[in-house]
Write a protein that binds this ligand. Structure first.
Ligand code: ZN
Length: 350
């Protein structure tokens, strides 16, 4: 991967950033944190699995029934529909983003996520769309360089906000389960995967946003439950301390496969309230937000499978128009994000 700007040497962490164990984070592997001052620029990356731009179909498309005032205010009515092209509002833009990448078949999670994390046409490189977990070839591509590792190589700090339960780590260790693409990329960049302890301490955000899933399905009744707005507030707060803050929200894809219309509407409503918490407390001077997906699914509950639809990439913040203008397909996303972080870091200008 060559995600470095022209004439730019990729160096290990600059002296401006230090590697240290976060306070109170006992036994943690190192997490890069900015030394003293906050990062001059930061980007919050919200990844929603399986969200495409669909049709105006009130029976199949839950976006038609969802109440999403935050996104509607940012992007206008009907922003979630296919075929409307790019949308540019005063504070946010939407770029329809191709997930098929010229490769036959339905886009899948491993190749799609690898494409958006590496800037490479991963389905073309490995000869098809594969998922949900990375094959050895996809894992090798992710390990050779990705958005997390490049951010750190250029002196920025990066964090994956998802906490993982003990069962996840045990499954990986025993070989019973494969590491998904996003945590694999973070680990390859030397980023520690967060745990339930981090969630309880307020350093992580649950993939369901509120933390209720830990109480109901993971047997952790002591887990604090946030309102969706509070989860958004936490996302905005953590984003101030890092160059790149990434959250993977996967329930949208699960609900899409189950064709659960009511659950889908609730999930979309909830996400909009999370986003309200983000934008209500956002640092508009120094921060940008990007929301995107790996393939369509939830926007067409008439089928159980992923769709061929473009996915919405939404950019919010001062540079939204410039950021969105660079994005037409999944591999455009990582270079656009890195470009934004570089451009706004005065000591990093070529
Ligand atoms: Zn997916």
């Amino acid at each position: 991967m060559n995600l470095a700007p022209p004439g730019h040497q990729v160096a290990p962490s600059s002296a401006k950033y230090t590697s240290e164990v976060e306070k109170g984070n006992r036994g943690a592997a190192e997490v890069l944190v900015y030394n003293g001052e906050m990062s001059p620029r930061h980007l919050l990356f919200i990844f929603l699995d399986g969200v495409g731009l669909g049709k105006a179909d009130a029976v199949r498309n839950p976006f038609c029934a969802a109440h999403m005032p935050t996104l509607t205010e940012l992007l206008g009515e009907g922003w979630f529909l296919a075929g409307r092209g790019r949308v540019t509002g005063p504070m946010a833009s939407l770029a329809p983003t191709d997930a098929c990448l010229g490769v036959p078949g339905r886009p899948q999670s491993a190749t799609g996520q690898a494409a958006l994390l590496t800037g490479r046409n991963v389905p073309a490189e490995v000869g098809g769309h594969f998922g949900p977990k990375p094959t050895p070839a996809i894992a090798s591509i992710l390990r050779s360089g990705n958005l997390f590792s490049q951010t750190r190589a250029e002196g920025g700090s990066a964090i994956l906000l998802n906490p993982y339960p003990p069962q996840f780590f045990e499954g990986i260790k025993s070989g019973r389960r494969l590491m998904p693409a996003i945590p694999l990329a973070a680990r390859a960049a030397g980023i520690r995967l967060l745990t339930h302890e981090d969630l309880v301490a307020g350093r992580a955000v649950s993939p369901d946003f509120t933390g209720e899933g830990w109480r109901e399905r993971l047997g952790r009744p002591e887990t604090p439950v946030l309102s969706p707005w509070e989860a958004g507030e936490r996302l905005a707060a953590v984003a101030r301390s890092h160059s790149l803050v990434f959250l993977e929200h996967w329930p949208t894809d699960i609900i899409g496969h189950r064709k659960e219309f009511r659950q889908a509407v609730e999930a979309l409503d909830r996400f909009d309230r999370v986003l309200a918490g983000v934008v209500d407390t956002w640092d508009w001077e120094a921060g940008s937000i990007i929301i995107t997906s790996d393939h369509g699914n939830i926007e067409d509950l008439g089928v159980r499978t992923h769709t061929l639809n473009a996915v919405p990439t939404v950019a919010v913040g001062q540079d939204h128009e410039q950021l969105a203008a660079q994005i037409g397909s999944l591999p455009d996303i990582a270079p656009a994000v890195l470009g934004l972080l570089r451009e706004c870091r005065p000591d990093r200008q070529p």
